[in-house]
Design a protein. Sequence first.
Length: 146
Amino acid sequence: MAAAAGDLYHQLREADLARDADPDPARRRAGWRLDVAAGGLNSAAERLLDTADELTQLAARRADACPLPWGACPEHGATLRSTAGRCWCTAPGCLRRWFHDRLGEPCAEPVTHRVIDADGEQLDLCDGHAIDARTRIIGATVIPRI
């Protein structure tokens, strides 16, 4: 579908270029919507490709992945920032960078710890989320899983 949208975009763009060369000003004005339509198709095709990338990442997710719906730095925990589809750790000296929005995606790291809160509720988490649980959950016990 994205390929078809891309082809249509190129056809509209060619028609748009032909319109710009038309000596008749009335026909040039009548074709102004082509710019809007071509831009919309290009934007839709980009969104489809981004969605396909996200679905591919979700499909490749490990069976033993951490269950939390957001990412963390595997070494420092809840220290991530993101913008424009990129993500980085803000811990001093950490040079980790990701070329996707790790913070906004489900965690893909393997489960390594069991966290038990003060009420006895249990949750299995990855290294990064276990680090965060130690500081955020009052009375939590964090046990490495073997």
